[in-house]
Design a binder for this molecule. Structure first.
Ligand code: ADP
Length: 319
């Protein structure tokens, strides 16, 4: 293989740039040409493709977002869209593609692989919702952003003796809520993987209040429901002064943490290795700090799970 392409797709995440850098540098190290495909699958259809050099990825390892930009593209879900993408790849002589993104982006990569076009997926999303890897690129940075925000909210929650419901991202996964809730000593953590025991949340709040607790933090994963609805229900059930904060897109930005930069560098380089070994339709991941790869479609059929022991611990520590 002498020419490969790289694109970022779906929701962006901090560390995608470090992954792009690793792909470009590792390929050039092996005397392989690399083409950057801009705006995800939309750019692939449109032929928005440029050759990348060592210098194209200088000074980006520390930057959030993605220099290749990202996009959602409905047309690529159709066979016609995929064929248009392949036409462009053939036009540029690109023989293999690395797709950095979430599970949706991986489904696109699988479609191309099925049509005989080798692709490798690199998991980049703050949601940590991809099976087959302990961590996705961007999760650690987003976690630290949430922790910093909740620390600040905690200050004002204490001053005003309020209960705060904080809604965090994660789509259908509760990882960001669970990890940040544990790291911030939240009284309750509500995640989609666990049955929503609203009565228990209320019970904890009431008992805490009776004990003289002045404030409470409840972390709610967006996959469970609306923070405002929960805030209203809590106020009605307890009559405690309740406020709601939805952290929103600040969770997707910022300079990647050391962990995310290292993870992105390792996974990006591993993806190049796989393509050069002639592999296709694989995703790279990290499990027990070892680099691994899995069949994309098989792995996407596995359910996303959270660490049950961590969930139990969060309850034991917030009695
Ligand atoms: P993420 O990759 O973050 O999960 P999306 O689910 O929005 O984000 O997917 C990103 C893009 O991947 C979509 O806009 C579309 O272009 C492509 N994609 C998603 N699902 C499929 C599919 N089933 N077949 C082909 N392409 C897909």
């Amino acid at each position: 293989m002498k020419k490969i392409g790289v694109l970022t797709s779906g929701g962006d995440s901090p560390g995608m740039n470090a992954a792009v850098r690793a792909v470009v540098r590792k390929a050039i190290y092996h005397d392989v040409e690399v083409y950057g495909i801009y705006n995800g699958y939309q750019g692939l259809i449109d032929g928005n493709i440029k050759k990348m050099e060592l210098g194209s990825v200088g000074d980006i390892i520390q930057r959030g977002g993605t220099i290749l930009y990202s996009a959602r593209c409905e047309e690529f879900k159709t066979e016609e869209g995929q064929n248009k993408g392949i036409e462009q790849l053939n036009k540029f002589g690109i023989e293999g593609l690395i797709v950095i993104g979430g599970d949706g982006s991986f489904r696109g990569a699988e479609k191309l692989t099925k049509k005989g076009y080798p692709c490798i997926g690199v998991p980049g999303t703050i949601d940590n919702d991809i099976p087959g890897t302990d961590f996705t690129i961007g999760f650690d940075t987003a976690l630290n952003t949430v922790i910093e925000a909740i620390d600040k909210i905690r200050d004002t929650a204490t001053s005003h003796e309020r209960t705060y419901v904080i809604e965090v991202m994660g789509r259908n996964a509760g990882d960001l809520a669970l990890w940040s809730g544990l790291a911030d000593g939240a009284e309750s953590i509500l995640i989609p993987e666990q049955k929503d025991d609203f009565d228990e949340v209320i019970d904890r709040l009431k008992k805490g209040h009776e004990r003289g607790k002045k404030h409470s933090i409840i972390v709610l994963a967006e996959g469970v429901g609306s923070g405002f609805d929960y805030g209203k229900r809590i106020k009605e059930a307890t009559n405690l002064e309740t406020r709601v904060t939805i952290l929103g897109h600040i969770q997707r930005g910022g300079s990647p943490t050391g962990n995310d930069r290292v993870l992105a560098s390792r996974l990006g380089a591993k993806a190049v290795d796989l393509l050069l070994e002639g592999k296709a339709g694989r995703m790279v991941g990290i499990q027990n700090n070892k680099l691994v790869d899995h069949d994309i479609i098989e792995i996407l059929q596995e359910p996303h799970t959270i660490d049950e022991e961590m969930y139990r611990l969060s309850k034991e520590l917030s009695i």
